[in-house]
Write a protein that binds this ligand. Structure first.
Ligand code: CDP
Ligand code: MG
Length: 192
């Protein structure tokens, strides 16, 4: 059983998409074990988007690759680009309240990433949250000097999920209970 962190970022809350987004995760059978609305401050935002060098590089790399695809050669290194995006992310995450969720279930991390779709909404297929509810793109973000407003944060792997859950929730805020469909979803095939 896995747990994963989802943030419905401030643009999702401002656009009134909280219910629609939660519904999509909940419908799969994933269980909400933690949920709250938070007006994040810079400190919380910088704990969430750490200044870990490998993460900064990978975020920067994504942008450089996407620019390259559009025939644009950027003169920043991946790390410089990552640092720049992190600065912008601080103001995005703190601009208005967000909704934080912890979802639990079979391979929850990967499932939530699939439902969320790729980082760039213009590359996100229909059926995904980013594909269905956003027209944003790297290009538009760059042009307006802001990060891509892609509605959701979702942990990328179980290790990241474990760390991120701790940034937003303490132990008492995570709950233990059974969904009524759990016996069906996790039932054994063979009769005892
Ligand atoms: O959120 P996701 O895991 O898909 O992407 P990330 O690479 O971890 O980047 C975190 C967030 O930074 C993204 O969700 C975007 O909001 C923002 N970002 C951006 O604005 N421009 C980029 N080139 C890369 C990321
Ligand atoms: Mg990420």
């Amino acid at each position: 059983m896995e747990r994963t962190l989802v943030l419905i970022k401030p643009d999702g809350v401002q656009r009134g998409l909280v219910g629609e987004i939660i519904k999509r995760f909940e419908n799969t059978g994933l269980k909400i074990v933690g949920m709250k609305m938070v007006y994040a401050d810079e400190k919380r935002a910088s704990k969430h988007y750490t200044d870990d060098e490998s993460w900064l590089k990978s975020v920067g790399e994504k942008t450089l690759k996407s620019a390259e695809k559009r025939g644009i050669k950027m003169d920043r290194t991946a790390l410089e680009q990552g640092k720049w995006i992190r600065e912008l992310l601080m103001s995005y995450l703190t601009m208005s309240p967000l909704v934080a969720l912890v979802l639990e279930g079979n391979e929850a991390v990967g499932k939530v990433r699939l439902i969320t779709g790729p980082t760039n909404p213009q590359e996100a297929p229909p059926g995904t949250i980013r594909g269905d509810f956003s027209v944003d793109s790297y290009q538009l973000g760059d042009q307006l000097e802001r990060p891509i407003q892609n509605l959701i944060h979702a942990s990328e792997n179980p290790k990241e999920a474990e760390r991120e859950i701790k940034v937003w929730f303490n132990k008492e805020e995570l709950h233990f209970f059974k969904r009524v469909d759990e016996d069906l979803i996790y039932r054994k095939g063979k009769k005892e």
